[in-house]
Design a protein around this ligand. Structure first.
Ligand code: NAD
Length: 428
């Protein structure tokens, strides 16, 4: 599907339909699971710094909460659409199920560009989002978290508004909070680290050594940065990284064949994951086109930016050397591109398994917040590694046993778990 016609929700439904058919899911459960249980659309008025009033469009979609409260991030993005949020909510349901945590799937968003908003305007937006939906979210109903262009600061404003409305302290209402204010140690790193735990396991399966491997990454935000850090710590070499230039409004790739220097890049990256191209040039990086990250002669590709980045239009440009695609982002590979990866025998670690470390640690954060007892970082990281490793093993075991691709095997495990919960509750 080209970037212009791509619809993430259609993609998510098509993936679901294919597996529902494969496992012979009954019609009622199929209909129930292929759409969200509830969704909320609302407007958020914000008093802007220049004195004007601006209206923003906000959303929350609860796809399924049969296994536990809905769980999922809130994205701030100028191109956000309700269909993207529906897809992401559905993927959250499968994600929580595949790592077997007692949570359902939800997602939220606001159409906005926080990069061009002051802190005060962003705070008003966060508080406004919560005010519109405060009765329909909460620790036992639906627990939000950060996602694209939202972070711990936004979560704390949202928590504060929720607690003001409900008159109490409910730190389990939201995750991704700042450490010391109800946040969990390790949450910041969790998604990126989780990607690398699954990559490490995949490499064992394929008899590859991280030490001799090379990678190229799309994105340099929360997920990509922590994935890059751990991958390098384990001895891997990252030769290219792609990022979004907010001034030029286009993506570009930075390449250094001898391996990127994480410490250097970190100092020239803004809080939204955009690297200063000019300064990177000064540090000896080559500046290439936005898509160049996927054309590199590397063993591993990690798309960790946005959905629909590997498409029918560009998938053929992936180098013959690539053996693994570890999907850090949600929905980075279109259905057509996925077929090409399968034909080429590239081992894909599907998004809702690879990037489940974030929600797994969010679950740990919720447990800590609800019990008001906080764990040491080592404990969080060990538990995260154990959970990601066992989820990966369950998926690869099924894939081997039934001769399936990883995505299908992960879907079968997740959909069966959710279908079981829905039926056991007598909903269908
Ligand atoms: P982020 O906002 O911190 O970073 C996004 C990065 O992508 C930035 O470096 C930005 O410059 C880059 N980018 C944006 N558009 C691009 C383009 N067209 N080409 C190249 N680079 C581009 O976001 P994040 O939290 O790192 O999330 C990245 C992906 O991972 C998203 O799909 C998100 O839904 C998914 N995800 C995030 C988490 C989490 O815990 N943060 C958990 C699970 C999944």
């Amino acid at each position: 599907m080209s970037k212009a016609t791509y619809n993430a929700y259609d993609e998510a439904k098509a993936q679901f339909d294919q597996i529902a058919e494969k496992i012979g899911l009954d019609e009622a459960t199929r209909q129930f699971l292929r759409r969200p249980m509830r969704e909320y659309h609302f407007t958020i008025p914000v008093h802007m710094d220049d004195g004007s009033r601006k209206l923003f469009w906000g959303y929350r979609v609860q796809h399924n909460d049969a296994r536990g409260p809905a769980k999922g991030g809130i994205r701030f993005h100028p191109l956000e659409t309700v269909d993207t949020i529906r897809a992401l909510a559905m993927w959250m349901t499968w994600k929580c199920a595949v790592v077997d945590i007692p949570l359902g799937g939800g997602k939220g968003g606001v159409i906005c560009d926080p990069r061009s908003m002051s802190d005060r305007e962003q705070e008003q937006l966060c508080r406004g989002w919560v005010r519109q939906i405060a009765k329909d979210i909460g620790p036992c109903i639906d627990v939000p978290a950060p996602d694209v262009m939202t972070n711990a600061k936004h979560m704390l404003w949202m928590l504060d508004e929720f607690e003001t409305i409900h008159g109490g302290r409910y730190p389990g209402f939201i995750t991704g909070k700042p450490v010391g204010m109800g946040g969990s140690l390790g949450r910041k790193e969790a998604t990126g680290f989780g990607v690398i735990y699954t990559l490490r396991e995949a490499m064992k399966e394929l008899n590859m050594s991280i030490k001799d491997s090379t990678a190229s990454i799309q994105g340099f935000g929360n997920v990509a940065q922590h994935a890059a850090k751990l991958y390098q710590q384990l001895g891997g070499k990252i030769i290219a990284i792609s990022s979004w230039d907010n001034t030029d409004q286009q993506a570009y790739t930075l390449r250094k064949k001898e391996g990127l220097d994480f410490n250097d890049l970190e100092t020239i990256t803004d809080p939204f994951g955009s690297i200063d191209k000019e300064k990177a040039g000064g540090l000896g990086y080559e500046i290439l086109s936005g898509d160049a990250w996927l054309e590199q002669d590397v063993d591993i590709l990690i798309p960790a930016a946005l959905e629909n980045q590997l498409t029918a239009d560009n998938v053929h440009r992936i180098s013959k050397q690539v053996k693994i695609v570890a999907e850090g982002a949600n929905g980075p590979t279109s259905g057509e591109a996925d077929k090409v990866l399968v034909q080429r025998n590239i081992f894909v670690i599907p998004d809702f398994l690879a990037n489940a470390g974030g929600v797994t640690c969010s679950y740990f954060e919720q447990v800590q917040s609800n019990t008001n007892h906080y764990w040491e970082k080592d404990e969080v990281i060990q538990k995260l590694d154990a959970r990601m490793t066992s989820a990966f093993k369950a998926v690869i075991d099924l894939a081997r046993e039934k001769k399936l691709h990883m995505r299908d095997a992960a879907y079968i495990i997740a959909i069966n778990r959710v279908a079981f919960a829905v039926k056991s509750r007598g909903w269908v």
